[in-house]
Design a protein around this ligand. Structure first.
Ligand code: KIV
Length: 286
């Protein structure tokens, strides 16, 4: 096995020619597949609300659910850095509650770092969590927990003047997250030139999703990569397989074979000792 990826390893990759490769996972089998494939960082994202639980948004995901999924991936992970996502209202109500919930992802979920959404507004929260030695990854731009404020899952900072100073505010958010002590920051759903600008201004790595090629690393939602959704994936995601189709074909074949009696065959059946002895006797008698 290759050497375990740690938070200092991620920091060292800032500005290098070897981009940080991150992906989400939510359970043991996919955690193991992603880890063995060589991903550097696994995020147990609250996106599980949409791609695993079938909800419209990430907002209903609970702390208990995040701990449960983190623990499954922690059992599977051998090399990658494991980051657990703090769900909606697990860190916004008070700094005290945020530190306690971040601690749950580490102590109960087996995560090595946590992620939370927001910039300047959550800087004190990031500082408090980092001060108890829990590494924090920020997340700015299209922040899915702010879906109602944004009026949908919309690209942020796209047009100058769409909301006065929005691009400048995103730069400020990124700098505030870094200043508060985050070891990396996810840039989601922002134009590639803004992502390049922010990446150039920060000393911590930026991990892009829908933020173009100039970030220090990239992350995608596993179910988009594998084609494991019945809906269209977002424009920025690349589908590397169509597992929805593959899984559907396999189940349809099973339904067909049970229906027409092809399965189970003798090969998939157990034989009692009595019938085995009877066959051996018949063979011996010629
Ligand atoms: O919840 C999630 O999976 C995320 C990634 C998309 C960055 O926040």
């Amino acid at each position: 096995m290759e050497r375990k990826v740690t938070v200092p390893d991620v920091l060292k990759r800032k500005g290098g020619s070897n981009p940080i490769v991150a992906l989400t996972a939510y359970d043991f089998p996919f955690g193991r597949i992603v880890d063995e494939a060589g991903v550097d960082m696994i995020l147990v994202g609250d996106s599980l609300g949409m791609v695993v639980q079938g909800m419209e948004t990430t907002l209903p995901v609970t702390m208990d659910e995040m701990v449960y999924h983190c623990r499954m991936v922690a059992r599977a992970r051998r090399r990658a850095l494991l980051v657990g996502d703090l769900p909606f209202l697990s860190y916004q109500v008070s700094v005290h509650k945020a530190v306690a919930n971040a601690g749950r992802l580490i102590k109960e979920g087996g995560a090595e770092a946590v992620k939370l959404e927001g910039g300047l507004a959550v800087a004190d929260t990031i500082r408090a969590i980092a001060s108890v030695d829990i590494p924090v990854m920020g997340h700015i731009g299209l922040t899915p927990q702010s879906v109602h404020r944004m009026g949908g899952h919309k690209v942020q900072g796209k047009r100058r003047g769409e909301r006065p100073g929005q691009r400048e505010r995103l730069v400020e958010d990124a700098l505030a997250v870094e200043e508060a002590g985050a070891f990396a920051v996810v840039l989601e759903g922002i134009p590639l030139d803004l992502a390049a600008d922010i990446t150039g201004q920060l000393t911590i790595p930026t991990i892009g999703i829908g933020a173009g090629p100039h970030c220090d690393g990239q992350i995608l939602v596993l179910h988009d990569v594998l084609g494991l959704c019945d809906q269209l994936s977002p424009k920025f995601a690349k589908r590397y397989a169509n597992l929805w189709q593959v899984a559907g074909d396999a189940v349809r074949a099973y339904v067909r074979e049970v229906g027409n009696g092809t399965f189970p065959s003798e090969d998939h059946s157990f034989h009692s000792l009595v019938s085995v002895q009877r066959e051996e006797k018949a063979a011996a008698e010629g």
